[in-house]
Design a protein around this ligand. Sequence first.
Ligand code: CU
Length: 111
Amino acid sequence: MSKIAIIFFLAIFNTNLFAVEQKTSIKTSANCKMCKKTNEQTLLSIKGVKSAKLDLTNFKVKVVYDDAFIDVKGLEMAISKVGYDANNTKSDSTAYSELPACCKKGAFCGH
Ligand SMILES: [Cu+2]
C-alpha cells in the first residue's frame, strides 16, 4: 500500500471515529412543560446537537449529538447552567435560584 493510500484510509477512519452521531439519555430534574422547553432549547443551541426530546413521564432527555463537537459531560454542564440537575451533575445554584417556583425540584405546577 502506498503512503497516499494509507493517509487516505486514515482520513476516512478518522472521519468516522470523530464524527459519529451518538445518542444518550440524561436524567434531569425537570418537572413541567416549561422545564422541557428550557432544556430542549438549551441543548438544541449547542453546536453538534441534532435533536433533544425531554420525556415528561420519566424526566429524561434523549439527545442525538455529534461527538466531534460535544460530549455527555458537556451536555450535562449545559443543563446545569440553566438550573437543572443532569445525571450526577448538580444544577448551577444561581441558575436554580432564578427558576420560576413551579420549576423547582419537587414542585408540581401542572403545566
Ligand atoms: Cu418547570
